[in-house]
Design a protein around this ligand. Structure first.
Ligand code: XUL
Ligand code: MN
Length: 345
């Protein structure tokens, strides 16, 4: 069934270009100035970290947090935007230096749970039931520092706590194999879904698959998505691209490997992704070299590439594909796909 897609990104995807080796190169754009850009660029959904919506929330009372979140909701309404998801930012506070849910320090674990409750409160005000957990610091720099078996129980307990705190929320775990940690505890979709099925309410657990994170794990993002889609567990995606196993690059979708991007679009399209309200999320960053006045082209380009690839998926000669498969002539299939991508027959 042909379907339309709706797109989302987070305010962090319009950024100042700082990297670990250099300061910002573009002036920060305040949140209220980013909002009009969403519709201009063809986006309808906003992804938030809790403190993207309510900055400095650790210093605020519950009432102040609620008031600020309500203001953000009004701003979204004014711009015809909706909130797709909210994610607790559990990797910047001094209390999460050694991890959040899996910290060796019980006070840090308690902070992480409390902060996750606040994230859920904000999500409720912003009118979304979807919480994303990127488990940034749940892992180790050296194996000996933590107990990997205990970490599984700690993660399950933390997720159960969130499920119990609000019976309506859904949680999408975003796996990533490394960075900032040397080794993360939930590196792949398989790990994330195994964890999901250990919780009190697996129905409400799924994944957010980021293309670059899968590539960093040495895996194919389309197959990771297919694995999750087989059990309706793909709650959202972070499409982007990545040039091999190095630091997380968040390059524009399809910019490194167009065929790999085509296969991601194909698996989404063929499994009806989006038909239950899922967004096509783009977790992309502009190159540091990009001048401020043109520093949203990575979003425009990624969305355009996705839509062009949808057209290519739909116009693929499925009969010819099936004939190649039936003959086990995968060299012919290879050529057929490449020629299709090249626009020649
Ligand atoms: C980190 C990453 C995050 C999450 C949201 O690599 O992708 O932006 O997507 O917390
Ligand atoms: Mn991401």
């Amino acid at each position: 069934m042909p379907q339309d897609y709706r797109f989302s990104f987070g305010p962090w995807n319009i950024h100042e270009g700082a990297d670990p080796f250099g300061p910002p190169v573009r002036a920060p754009i305040p949140f209220h100035e980013k909002l009009p850009l969403y519709q201009e660029l063809g986006f309808e959904g906003v992804q938030f970290h809790d403190d993207d919506a309510v900055p400095d929330l650790n210093d605020l009372t519950a009432a102040q947090i609620a008031d600020q979140a309500k203001e953000v909701k009004t701003m979204l309404d004014d711009h015809g935007l909706v909130t797709e998801l909210v994610a607790p930012r559990l990797w910047e506070d001094p209390r999460t230096i050694d991890g959040a849910y899996t910290s060796n320090d019980p006070d840090s674990r308690a902070f992480a749970r409390e902060r996750s409750h606040i994230t859920i409160d904000i999500a409720n005000i912003l009118d979304t039931d979807l919480i994303v957990l990127w488990l940034a610091r749940e892992g180790t720099y050296i194996r000996e520092a933590k107990d990997s078996t205990k970490a599984v129980d700690q993660l399950v307990e933390a997720i159960n706590d969130m499920l119990a705190y609000d019976p309506n929320i859904r949680i999408a775990i975003e796996p990533k194999p490394n960075e900032p940690m040397d080794q993360s505890y939930i590196p792949t979709t398989g790990h994330a879904l195994a964890l999901a099925y250990m919780t009190d309410d697996p129905e409400r657990l799924g994944v957010n698959i980021e293309s670059a994170h899968a590539i960093l794990a040495g895996l194919d993002p389309a197959d990771e998505m297919g694995f999750a889609l087989a059990r309706h567990k793909l709650f959202t995606v972070h499409l982007n691209d990545q040039n091999g196993p190095k630091y997380d690059q968040d390059k524009a979708f399809g910019s490194v490997n167009l065929r790999r991007a085509f296969n991601q679009v194909a698996v989404l399209e063929r499994n009806g992704y989006g038909q239950n309200g899922e967004f096509v999320g783009l977790d992309v960053k502009a190159m540091r070299t990009q001048k401020a006045e043109v520093a949203v082209k990575h979003l425009r380009n990624s969305r355009a590439t996705f839509l062009r690839l949808v057209e290519l998926v739909r116009s693929l000669n499925d009969v010819a594909v099936q004939e190649c498969i039936a003959r086990r002539d995968y060299e012919e299939l290879d050529a057929l796909i490449l020629n299709h991508l090249l626009g020649v027959s």
